[in-house]
Write a protein that binds this ligand. Structure first.
Ligand code: IPM
Ligand code: MG
Length: 314
C-alpha cells in the first residue's frame, strides 16, 4: 500500500511521492482508490491530488483506458432512461489516457488562461489499434469520436483513424461521430455501440454520461493499459467526499476493477470471470447500495454489499 493524492500531499507535500512511483513500477498491477476531496480542492493550490493521478498514468505509460459499460437486466430500473433503450446494452469506451489537453502546457495570468491540446500521430495510432483489436474480439463494430469540425487535433485524429482502420482492420464496421452528437446518440441508441474510441477529455466526459446507462457511476470499472501487461485499475468514479466514512458507497465499480486486474495483468481469466459473476449474483439476489436501490426498497451498506459479493464467489 502506498500513498497518492491528498493523503500523500498531507504526509509528503507531494501528490505522487517517488516511493509510490517506485513501488508501482515494480508491480505487475496497481489498484487505485480515488483521489480528490474538498480539503485539497482550492483551484489555486500548487499541489493537487489529481496531479498525482495524471503523473502516475503518465509514468506507467498506460495510454489505453478501457471503460466497459454493461447494463444488467436487474438494474434497468436504476437508470433514468426508459427500459426499451437499455436492454442488452454492452459497450466499451477506449479512452486515450496520457495525451491531449490533460497533459499540454497550461498558462495563467490575471485575465487570460490557456490549456494546450496536443496529439501526436503515434499516440493516435496506438490507441486506435487497441480499440480495433478489441472490437475484433467483440461484435466487430468501432465508433471513433472527435470534434473534427472545429479542432485541429481532431482532424489529425480522424485522418490517422481512417488510415489505420482502412489499411489494418478492413473487416470492422466503422462509424465516426462528432462528440456533441455522440453525447446524444449514447442516450438515444446506446445498444448500437460496441467499441468506442476517443481522446482523453471526451472519454472522461462521455463515460460519466454512459455510467447512467448502467444505473450509477458506482458500477463502472476501468483498466488502464500500455504496451506491457502492467496496468492501473480504478473505478471510474471519484472519491465521493460527500458520502465519505458513511459506509454507503457502491463497491461494485472497484471490485469489478479488481476483476479486470486479474484478467489483464495477472492472466487469471477464470478468477476474473468468477468475481464478475459474484457481483452479478449479489445484485440478482437483491443487494443494492443506496445509489442503485429501487424506490421503497432498503439499501445495504458498502460492507454488506461487499460481503454478499464475497459470499457468492465460487
Ligand atoms: C476519471 C477522473 C479523473 C480524470 C480525475 C480524478 C483526474 O475524472 O478518471 O475519469 O479526469 O481522468
Ligand atoms: Mg472522470
Amino acid at each position: 500500500m502506498r500513498l497518492i493524492g491528498g493523503a500523500a500531499i498531507d504526509k509528503h507535500r507531494n501528490p505522487l511521492p517517488p516511493e509510490t512511483v517506485a513501488a508501482c513500477m515494480d508491480s505487475e498491477a496497481v489498484f487505485l482508490g480515488a483521489v480528490g476531496g474538498p480539503k485539497w480542492s482550492d483551484p489555486h493550490a500548487m499541489l493537487r491530488p489529481e496531479k498525482g493521478l495524471l503523473e502516475l498514468r503518465s509514468v506507467l505509460g498506460v495510454y489505453a483506458n478501457l471503460r466497459p459499460v454493461q447494463v444488467l437486466d436487474e438494474l434497468i430500473d436504476a437508470s433514468p432512461l426508459k427500459r426499451e433503450y437499455l436492454t442488452g446494452v454492452d459497450l466499451i469506451v477506449v479512452r486515450e489516457l496520457t495525451g491531449g489537453i490533460y497533459f499540454g502546457k497550461k498558462t495563467r495570468d490575471e485575465t487570460v488562461a490557456s490549456d494546450l491540446c496536443i496529439y501526436h500521430t503515434h499516440e493516435i495510432e496506438r490507441i486506435v489499434r487497441v480499440a480495433a483489436r478489441l472490437a475484433g474480439e467483440r461484435r466487430n463494430k468501432l465508433c471513433s469520436i472527435d470534434k473534427a469540425n472545429i479542432l485541429e487535433t481532431s482532424r489529425l485524429w480522424r485522418d490517422v483513424t481512417d488510415r489505420i482502420l482502412e489499411r489494418e482492420f478492413p473487416e470492422l464496421e466503422t462509424e465516426t461521430l462528432l462528440v456533441d452528437a455522440a453525447a446524444m446518440h449514447l442516450l438515444s441508441r446506446p445498444g448500437d455501440f460496441d467499441v468506442i474510441v476517443t481522446e482523453n477529455m471526451f472519454g472522461d466526459i462521455l463515460t460519466d454520461e454512459a455510467s447512467m446507462l448502467a444505473g450509477s457511476l458506482g458500477m463502472l470499472p476501468s483498466a488502464s493499459l500500455g504496451d506491457s501487461t502492467r496496468g492501473l485499475y480504478e473505478p471510474i468514479h471519484g472519491s465521493a467526499p460527500d458520502i465519505a466514512g458513511r459506509d454507503i458507497a457502491n463497491p461494485c465499480g472497484a471490485i469489478a476493477s479488481a476483476a479486470m486486474l486479474l484478467r489483464h495483468s495477472l492472466g487469471l481469466d477464470d478468477e476474473a470471470t468468477a468475481v464478475e459473476k459474484a457481483i452479478r449474483a449479489a445484485i440478482a439476489g437483491g443487494a443494492r447500495t443506496a445509489d442503485i436501490v429501487a424506490e421503497g426498497d432498503i439499501a445495504v451498506s458498502t460492507t454488506e454489499m461487499t460481503d454478499r459479493i464475497v459470499a457468492g464467489l465460487t
